[in-house]
Ligand binder design. Structure first.
Ligand SMILES: *Cc1c(COP(=O)(O)O)cnc(C)c1O
Length: 381
């Protein structure tokens, strides 16, 4: 039953009925008062979601566009930057920074381990010329959450540096209070915690980021955020935006507002904990270091079997799509997305499907139901 395929990957994530219906309307003119009203409302709700009074701009493009925009609008050729790298997305920001001729210093951690905030502090203390720290909050490729709050604290004490954070799988899943944490650039994308299809991305900028923008000389046109700011102040867009995804955005943000930030964070945390507890009870190893599991994705490292065999069995037999490992983790891990429009039933379903799969593959080491029982204890708490 391919029509019933459940997405349990860390993006694109499942889309609620209400949002699908919003999406299925006729497009309207993007220079009309009706559309301006949508831009106005979504901008206010985006500020609420980012817990900020600063600007949140909407770009038609994927999450990478928002990150690239953040980088090229605040930095200049040859600027010294520190990139945190402990997974695939961390690697991507190093590549973008290098592509624009930035002078990149990399702070690394092994895949599965979190970045060490102290290493950023040491480098920042030594050099007043550093202009940015670029990092990923929730490293989707490994299921690790980095200590963005602590790293950003060190950056905020530095004279020149700003924090540019990829919050693509943390925003809308866990607390990312932009103003309270002194984050300068926060990037996210529609197909993740927002519960809408791919197509829009969001970049929020602090006053310090706009200050940095004044001296930024990197080339830009489509992603020149000054033009987004200028149009945004008139509830408009510099180019034709993805109008229908905007309809969906408004609906999804209203759903999020109805649920409330605290409830959204609590739900994601509970699903993370239930998934982790279940995998351990089944006898499967968690890939992320203890205490650093991402709220939106759990990576699992099964022993003695290709992880893709488990993943493919689940897709073929239970119509649940899980994510595989990337690069050197291919076949070594599979990843369960629990981001966005996910409820307790989804979690119980995926756990029981994994248990049955392991039985069928003859590798279940624990009594059947161990995972479900461990998850249920947390979900019903
Ligand atoms: C999905 C994702 C992105 C954005 O990727 P796009 O394919 O450009 O939308 C960026 N960072 C992280 C951590 C992600 O999970």
């Amino acid at each position: 039953m391919k029509e019933k395929l459940a997405l349990m990957i860390p993006g694109p994530t499942p889309v609620p009925e209400r949002v699908l219906q919003a999406l299925g309307q006729h497009p309207i003119g993007h220079r009309t008062p009706e559309f301006q009203d949508i831009v106005n409302k979504t901008t206010e709700l985006l500020k609420w979601l980012h817990q900020t009074k600063q600007d949140v701009l909407t770009i038609t493009g994927s999450g990478t566009a928002a990150m690239e925009a953040g980088i090229i609008n605040t930095l200049s050729k040859g600027d010294k930057v520190i990139c945190g790298e402990n997974g695939k997305f961390g690697e991507r920001w190093v590549k973008v920074a290098k592509a624009y001729g930035l002078n990149v210093q990399v702070v690394k951690a092994d895949w599965g381990q979190p970045l060490n905030p102290e290493e950023f502090k040491v480098l920042l203390d030594q050099d007043e010329d550093i202009r940015a720290v670029i990092l990923t909050h929730s490293e989707t490729s490994t299921g690790v959450i980095n200590d963005l709050k602590e790293i950003s604290k060190h950056v905020s004490q530095h004279k020149n540096a700003i924090t540019i954070a990829d919050c693509v799988t943390s925003l809308g899943a866990t607390n990312v209070p932009m103003d309270e944490w002194h984050l300068d650039v926060v990037a996210s994308g529609s197909q993740k915690g927002y519960m809408i299809p791919p197509g829009l991305s969001f970049v929020a900028l602090s006053k310090k980021a706009w200050k940095a923008n004044e001296r930024s000389d990197l080339p830009k046109f489509y992603l020149d955020l000054r033009s987004y700011k200028k149009s945004g102040d008139k509830n408009s867009n510099p180019f034709t935006p993805s109008v229908n995804i905007y309809f969906a955005l408004q609906e999804a943000l209203e759903m999020m507002k109805e649920e409330g930030l605290e409830n959204i964070f609590r739900r994601h945390n509970k699903h993370k904990e239930a998934t982790q507890a279940a995998m351990e009870a089944i006898g499967l190893k968690l890939f992320a270091a203890k205490g650093f599991g991402s709220p939106s994705v759990t990576a699992i490292e099964p022993k003695g079997i290709d992880a893709d065999v488990i993943r493919n069995y689940i897709k073929e037999n239970f119509d649940i799509l899980l994510a595989g490992g990337q690069d050197h983790l291919k076949g070594k891990v599979f990843r369960i997305g629990h981001l966005g429009f996910v409820n307790d039933r989804d979690i119980l379903t995926v756990i029981s499907s994994i248990e049955v799969t392991l039985i069928q593959l003859n590798i279940l080491e624990k009594p059947i139901g161990s995972g479900v029982a461990a998850a249920a204890a947390i979900l019903t708490d």
